[in-house]
Design a protein around this ligand. Sequence first.
Ligand code: GLA
Length: 729
Amino acid sequence: MGIQYFEDERVFWLNTKNTSYILALVDEEPFVGHVYYGKKLSDYHVRHLMRLEEGPFIPSKNNRDRAAFGDAFPFEYSTHGVGDFRESCLKVQTQNGHEACSLIYQSHNIFAGKPALCGLPATFGSEAECTTLELTCLDPVLNLEVVLVYSVFEDVDALTRSVRITNRAENSIVLKKALSACLQLDGIDYEYITLHGSWARERHIDRRALTHGKHSISSLRGESGHQDNPFIAVMTPGTTQEAGEVYAMNFVYSGNFLAQAEGCQFDTTRIVMGIHPENFSWTLEKGEQFICPEVVMVYSDAGLGKMTRTFHDLYRSHLIRGEYRDKKRPILINNWEATYFNFNTEKLLSIAEEASKLGIEMLVMDDGWFGHREDDNTSLGDWTVNEDKLSGGLKALVDGVNALGMKFGIWFEPEMISPDSDLYRKHPDWAIQIPDRLASRCRNQYVLDISRKEVRDCIYEQIKTVLSSANIEYVKWDMNRPLTDLGSFAYPAGRQGELSHRYMLGVYEMQERLINDFPHLLLENCSGGGGRFDAGMLYYSPQIWCSDDTDAIERLSIQEGTSIVYPLCSMGAHVSDCPNHTVGRTTPFQTRGEVALAGTFGYELDVTRIPQQDRDMIPAQVAMYHKYNDLVRTGDYYRLASYSENHAYDCTEVAAKDGSEALVTYVEVIRRANFKTRRIRLRGLDPNAVYENEETKVRYTGDVLMYAGVQAPETWGDFTSKLMHFVRV
Ligand code: GLA
């Protein structure tokens, strides 16, 4: 059993294969305290770590210093207003305007399996795979019930948390803040990493020292955002890929978030994660419940690499759903960078025809096929086919593509509305905006109030009609602007603070409907590139477009940061034309292919117009994808060298879980003059087995490859790359 309660110590002991997480109840006045998270312990007698013997003493014995107790006690779920001045997770407002809250233990329930989170994305597992603890607490003054929910995935070494808050009082109460998780660590001598970026340079790894005070990242954009990803890892100083302790949190949510590490006065650290309290308030009437989205927690005693592999294993088996989860995805060619808005049936068929000859398996028609959209100023919301462009209609095009032996995919931006659209002319109040205030446009569009059912139904029915009209096997769901001017015409006074979260619930509901109605559809999420690359979206789509920046060298850093949490099989990665449309850089076609191989793999170019020598390389790249994709999708990922750290070269490895093969990708970004080759040490092999380098036929024992290493291949010129495939003999 992964979770046990011991009455003698009043301790909850949560175990996975290699980690323990322990909480305990204070005697007499049973506050819930955090005791320990880390390497697995063999004994649960550790409640002394709560420092209850040190003054100020337990309030029930000595109310004189209740506030000072609150100031230091390691609360498992912190509340606002009664003496804990560190970051709170829960803050309310009563009808009298009071904001204080304090929780004491009531009861608990431990059971096999893991219940779904109603309306929210969440990890899942069978009764054999996970165990859940529901710990019910109460504020007896407010009659507010707070259930702390923990699930352990024993074999995967991961833990999830969420919170259910129920109003058991007669009067309504407002939640001003309801975070999902809090973790107390001893000491403040840590470093932490987050994933920072912007459009076209998403998720670059940021590493800083923790000090006293609050260190936070967040989004208030209504989406997880390009700027900060809902991920934070606090770790011992000097942590590397291989060594050091790491405490990581990742939010299974796609909207506003706060992730924060706080160095506190007594040299402890508090890490919190949840929906950002700004732009948030939620009224609970009598008997109503609020569910805080899930946080995944991973502890690694062996550096960032082990943390990464734990997230990958969890997400590949217990978050991503659908038939493509465990399947090779079709190699697609997307027409965005090939044509932008300037295409018609003939053009698309000419791309498909050439692509099919080269082995590409699916054509994706991007933005510009609907309404009268010739540029990005119009028609969002009018999801009817523009037959001036697609002469003969959509079905004729799809049939034409299918006749070439290719699948067909299509782009939508369901959450948006153009001021120049029939939909806006009919329903101007469906756009999110504030009466009497000039609403801010972005890309000349507004955001639809997806929190409203009639809006969702209208858009969804249009999408469904299009998808049912032809053999469409893939959808790219885009979202190209943040939420601003937060106002819904549908909400009563005092409820506007619910919009951002209700919006997210609406998006989730639509995507759930889509994948249920079209179970064979491959869904790819996207948001101006990688602005909504998060674990919430992965619950609905097995892959997400990583970035609009397709330059192979920029992608090294973007894919490094993304893959620190999210599995390679989820990273949308394409080979595009050069000079690259974002940075103007020219890189070899081979490098573009080998970098994209670390993701879902596809093309984003006009295959009828690229240089012949590049076109000639496509069949071999297609074969390379088919050869390696099972390994890339399912294997263990190791970062051997990071270009964003060394500014010279990049090296990654994917090793089969059974140690039977490994693929190494080496990219020489800047060629050095008069140097010897670099030495690469592999990971994840069987030290006693013999491996053969498939190309050179040279044989090595696993221990030689891992401990002594091999020389990286010589390449000539900047931006060059090379694969090395080692196969167990
Ligand atoms: C976003 C996406 C692109 C493309 C355009 C179309 O920027 O990230 O891939 O689909 O929208 O407008």
